[in-house]
Design a protein around this ligand. Structure first.
Ligand code: AP5
Length: 215
């Protein structure tokens, strides 16, 4: 593994695989920013920016926001000073054009990816994970009503994402298989792909990711 301060990595996986959960656990030890395209888009929706207005309806339905909008947003973000020493991308890239655009930008900057971690979870577990998810708007922390229950004193302020309905999760899963899964062989060909079993407790999954990153 390279110096942790220089770690450039991506978390890939189906909706509800645990990308956000694992990113929150890992970024502190690597001292790199957690850059989630979904979180950035949700912030744009909340702020009512032009991007947010365009993304709102698309996200609620479970479809993907157009590549040109997301690529611009992420390339701008990773060019910021806090990402110069590394970053953890979560939810981007999720189409082949996004992976190619990232590749070109990194090559141009003279840097390379250290690892693309694929968190594998079977489709049969995905709906329950999404429907039961709740997020704390004050801290951003992700909980699950059954698998990672929130403390009772914050239960009243937790948010249930608009795209965490069964209907939208089914659509997001379809999009994952048709649009995102094809980027896996792209990264496998570059020798940076690391597969991790995402079934188990969040602690077990964190240990597996830490182990593959140390290989
Ligand atoms: P985004 O926010 O990226 O959503 P996603 O990829 O569907 O992933 P999720 O956030 O749903 O899941 P996660 O893997 O982070 O799981 P989590 O840790 O929360 O994208 C949302 C939308 O934005 C997209 O549909 C699209 O419209 C748009 N978008 C975003 N990026 C885009 C892009 N690049 N291009 C185009 N459009 C884009 O865990 C889920 C639940 O499971 C939680 O409740 C958690 O507590 C629980 N859990 C976690 N780990 C475990 C475990 N090991 N065991 C049991 N439960 C667990």
């Amino acid at each position: 593994m390279q110096d942790s301060a220089a770690m450039r990595m991506i978390l890939v996986g189906p909706p509800g695989a645990g990308k956000g959960t694992q990113a929150q656990r890992l970024v502190d030890s690597f001292r790199i920013p957690h850059i989630s395209s979904g979180d950035m888009l949700r912030a744009a929706v909340k702020e009512g920016t032009e991007l947010g207005k365009q993304a709102d309806v698309i996200m609620k339905s479970g479809a993907l926001v157009p590549d040109d909008l997301v690529i611009g947003m992420i390339l701008e973000r990773i060019a910021k000073p806090d990402a110069a020493g590394g970053f953890m991308l979560d939810g981007f890239p999720r189409t082949t054009p996004q992976a190619q655009a990232l590749d070109r930008a990194l090559t141009q900057a003279g840097v390379a990816l250290d690892a693309v971690v694929l968190i594998e979870v079977p489709d049969s577990l995905i709906i329950e994970r999404g429907v039961g998810r709740r997020t704390d708007p004050d801290t951003g922390k992700i909980y699950h009503l059954k698998f990672d229950p929130p403390p009772a004193d914050i239960a009243g302020r937790l948010v249930h994402r608009k795209d965490d309905t069964e209907e939208a999760i089914v659509k997001r899963l379809e999009k994952y298989h048709s649009e995102t899964a094809p980027i896996v062989p792209f990264y496998e060909g570059k020798g940076v792909l690391r597969r991790v079993d995402g079934v188990g407790t969040p602690d077990e999954v964190t240990k597996r990711i830490t182990a593959v990153l140390a290989e």
